[in-house]
Each structure stands twice: as structure tokens, then as C-alpha cells.
Design a protein around this ligand. Structure first.
Ligand SMILES: [Zn+2]
Length: 307
């Protein structure tokens, strides 16, 4: 389980415990008999621990205490289980994990669902940045408009050919503020519309998740290897962690390449920049013309020009 997910369940248990404490406090305030029953229950459990009562006797006594408590609650127009421990998921009791008969611990279905939600949220696909919403009005010059339209046509063709483009990879290169991320997002959105499992992350988020995975002694790289389309934005802005960053990028390119899963890389770095940062082994893969279409955006920063 990721640290983020562990925190989620720990917060959930705290929240439910607070709610339970409030209910206990509320009932004990309204009727002192609840506190007396809770004391008696504790006494019985102590006697079980010290061997003064048999398990059968304890079970019977606890059952009677529970029945009296339920009766009191019902007379107060509350559900009989009002003071039972509160779990959002009774299956795993808000731990996110269940232990199978074999003794093996696995993720509860609630945790798997949560993980998928996180992945979709983490994919950061922007519904506003799609081919349909592309506007050539943002380009300040005729030349840039022409380039933008050419880029759009190219990326649309690539998206249309998913999940099996002729060349699986697309490398989009250009300075900041030329709309590179827009096209990466539009491709991811088009893929999701075609029900192609898609992950869009910045290289920064990707490396950060790998580092979190290392802390949690978990394999965090699998989603990047197994998703059918990966859009890796802002390549070159991720932290350069020795033995992590280059190895992760290499594994992603290598294993996705082996299964011919399409990968879109978006970067400010030119050829020299890629070689300098990632070294020959990784950079030569990024620009390998047999696997990768390379498109370069040039011109003025749209963000500064249009505001
Ligand atoms: Zn659960």
C-alpha cells in the first residue's frame, strides 16, 4: 500500500473513532446506565484475561450486556448498533487490507477502488484541453498559427491510430509556453474516449511516486509500465535522484518499447539537452527514429504573448 493510501485509512479510522466517542459520550450523558454497562464489560474482560471467568461465561455475560445496551438505545429511538465500532468498510475495518484464508494479506476492494480513483486524479487529464477546444486564435503570428495547426493535425492522427500507432512513441519538443502540454493532454483525452487505459503525469510526479514507493517498500513503477498509453509531461524537470531517475526512465522506455505500448514524451530539452541529462543509453532510445516520431514546436511563448 502506498504511504498516501495508508494515511487515508489512518485518517478514516481517526474520523470514525471520533464519531464513535461522540456517540458514547452522548449516550452516557443521557443515561448513566451506559457508563455502568461499559465498566461492567471491562471488568468481565479483565476477569477473562486473569482466568477468573471461563470464556463461555464471559461470552454469555457480554451478550447480556450488549442486549441491555441495545434495548436502552432502542428505547431512545436509536438503532440497536448505535454504539458499535464504526467502520466505513466493515470488510477490512478501514485498514484497506484483508487477510485471506491462506494467511496472505491483500488489498481490500475498497482500497483497490481508492487506488484507481487516485490514479485517475493523478493522471491530471484536463477536460478543457482537447482537440475540439483547440483554438488557433492563441497564436500571435501566421507562422505560429500554421505550425500549431500542423501540430494539431499530426497529434490527431497519432491519437486516431492509438492503441497501435505505426511508430509507438511521440516526442514533443519545444520551449515553455508553446502549448506542448495542451497537445499531450488532448492525446490522452482522445485515448480515454476510446477506452484506452491512459496515464498522464509529469515526470516530476512520476519520479516522486517512485520515491514514495521506495519508502513504502512497494513497486510503484508498474502503473507506468502496464498502462496502455503513457503521456509523460515536463520531462527534464523531475529531480535527478541517483540510481532512481535515469533507471526509472530507462525501464519505462525499455519495457514499454518491448510491448510496443505507445508513450508520449514532452520536453523542453533539445537533443543535446536529452543526451546531457539522461546519457547515451536513455537519450538514444528517446530519439530512436524507428520507434519515435519527433515533433518540434518553435516560436514565441503563448502564455506571455496572449495575456
Ligand atoms: Zn475495505
Amino acid at each position: 500500500m502506498t504511504n498516501e493510501l495508508k494515511r487515508y485509512y489512518s485518517d478514516l479510522r481517526d474520523k470514525n473513532k471520533r464519531l464513535h466517542d461522540q456517540r458514547v459520550e452522548e449516550c452516557e450523558r443521557k443515561n448513566p446506565r451506559f457508563a455502568a454497562l461499559a465498566d461492567e464489560r471491562n471488568q468481565v474482560l479483565l476477569q477473562l484475561a486473569s482466568g477468573k471467568m471461563t470464556p463461555a461465561a464471559v461470552k454469555s455475560r457480554i451478550g447480556m450486556i450488549g442486549a441491555e445496551r441495545a434495548n436502552l438505545l432502542i428505547r431512545m429511538n436509536l438503532p440497536g448498533d448505535y454504539l458499535d465500532p464504526i467502520y466505513s468498510c466493515p470488510h477490512c475495518e478501514d485498514t484497506g487490507e484483508v487477510t485471506e484464508k491462506s494467511g496472505k494479506t491483500t488489498l481490500c476492494s475498497c482500497a483497490r477502488k481508492k487506488q484507481q480513483e487516485r490514479m485517475i486524479a493523478g493522471s491530471r487529464i484536463n477536460k478543457e484541453e482537447t482537440f475540439d477546444r483547440f483554438s488557433e486564435a492563441i497564436y500571435p503570428t501566421e507562422e505560429q498559427k500554421k505550425q500549431g495547426l500542423g501540430m494539431k493535425r499530426f497529434c490527431e492522427r497519432y491519437a486516431a491510430s492509438l492503441p497501435r500507432p505505426e511508430k509507438p512513441n511521440l516526442l514533443i519538443v519545444g520551449q515553455s509556453g508553446l502549448g506542448k502540454s495542451f497537445f499531450g493532454n488532448a492525446i490522452a483525452f482522445a485515448a480515454i474516449e476510446k477506452n484506452i487505459p491512459t496515464l498522464k503525469v509529469t515526470a516530476y510526479q512520476c519520479i516522486q511516486s517512485i520515491l514514495d514507493g521506495i519508502d513504502a517498500r512497494e513497486d510503484a513503477i508498474t502503473p507506468y509500465l502496464s498502462t496502455q498509453l503513457l503521456v509523460l509531461d515536463d520531462l527534464g524537470t523531475e529531480p535527478m535522484v541517483p540510481n532512481v531517475t535515469i533507471e526509472t526512465v530507462f525501464r519505462i522506455l525499455n519495457e514499454r518499447g518491448a510491448s510496443r505500448f505507445p508513450t508520449v514524451l514532452i520536453t523542453n530539452l533539445d537533443r543535446e539537452g536529452l543526451f546531457e541529462r539522461y546519457g547515451e543509453r536513455v537519450a538514444s532510445r528517446m530519439i530512436d527514429g524507428s520507434l519515435t516520431s519527433i515533433v518540434v514546436l518553435r516560436g514565441d511563448n503563448l502564455r506571455t504573448r496572449t495575456r
